[in-house]
Structures are given as C-alpha cells and as structure tokens.
Design a protein around this ligand. Structure first.
Ligand code: SDN
Length: 152
C-alpha cells in the first residue's frame, strides 16, 4: 500500500505522542486484565492477532472472548504480565489511517522469581479516528520473533 511519510513538524510530534498515549492506556488495561477496556480501544469490527497460528479475533466481543480463553491457562498462576513497547515508527496512509510499527517485549513476573522476557514481538497497528476524535485500532497484528526466526 502506498503511504505518505509523516513530516518532521509539530503535527508529527503531536500524532506520535497521541499514539504513545493510546498504547499506554490500552496496554495498562490489558495487563490489568480489563479485557473489555482493552477491546474498547479497537473499532467495533477491529481485528486482533496476537499469536501466530491462532485465528485472529474479530470485533470487540470476539477480542474479549479470545483474551478470556487465552488467559484461562494462567487462571491459577500468580503471574503479572507487562507488555513493553518501543521503537515506535508511525506513518499516515493514503486513507488517513495511521500505521504504527513497533517492538514489544512481554515481561512475565511470578513471586520470588526473576522476570522472564518473552515473547519478543514486532507489531503493526492500523489506527483510525473515532467520531469523538480518539484513536482506535482497526487492526493489530503481532509477529513473534521466535517464529519469524524459523522462516527460511
Ligand atoms: O496486545 C499486544 C500483545 C498481546 O496482547 C499478546 C498476547 O499474548 C495476549 C500488543 C503487542 C504485543 C502483544 C503480544 C502478545 C503475546 C501473546 C502471546 C504470549 O504471550 O504467549
């Protein structure tokens, strides 16, 4: 898809900060297991793929259901996961949507144990504006480095 690179001015800085704020609010919800709040940061028909080989979740209800199912495996596990984002690069697409590419490291902490840093991921978000002006994810597609590293 052809794109318009963002410029180097104040508009870009504001948009960049806005994307970071969107990510922070969104991921604090996910890491606190507030799945409905997380799903509300997607469009009604948003698409979310977090694990290669797993069917992408579609729509807010689908995203909540997917996350509930995904977290059942750690239901009795005293674990705190935190998703750390970095290397954010944004560009505005021809249709006005914002493409945000970044890295994610998932930090997993259990009581009295050292943090585990996995998985390491690359992520592409496509963000659009809601009627009230907020950014929402039209899609989020996560690739895992351990899977990508297997590819020829
Ligand atoms: O929302 C994300 C995620 C995410 O939700 C992930 C989940 O499990 C639920 C934004 C950016 C990256 C991610 C990465 C993951 C990893 C995924 C699989 C796992 O932890 O095993």
């Amino acid at each position: 898809m052809s794109t318009t690179a963002v410029g180097s001015g104040l508009d870009t800085a504001l948009l960049y900060a806005e994307v970071m704020q969107h990510h922070a609010v969104q991921m604090q919800a996910l890491d606190a297991l507030r799945f409905e709040d997380y799903a509300a940061t997607f469009t009604e028909d948003g698409v979310f793929r977090h694990t290669p080989g797993r069917e992408p979740a579609r729509g807010r209800g689908g995203i909540v259901a997917d996350l509930v199912e995904f977290h059942e495996r750690v239901a009795n596990d005293p674990v705190q996961r935190r998703h750390w984002f970095s290397m954010l690069a944004i560009k505005v697409l021809d249709d006005g949507a914002v493409q945000a590419d970044f890295y994610t490291l998932v930090v997993t902490v259990r009581p009295e144990q050292k943090p585990v840093l996995a998985p390491s991921c690359t992520v592409r978000d496509i963000l659009v504006r809601a009627e009230d002006g907020r950014l929402l994810n039209r899609s989020r597609w996560v690739e895992h480095d351990r899977v990508a590293a297997l590819a020829p």
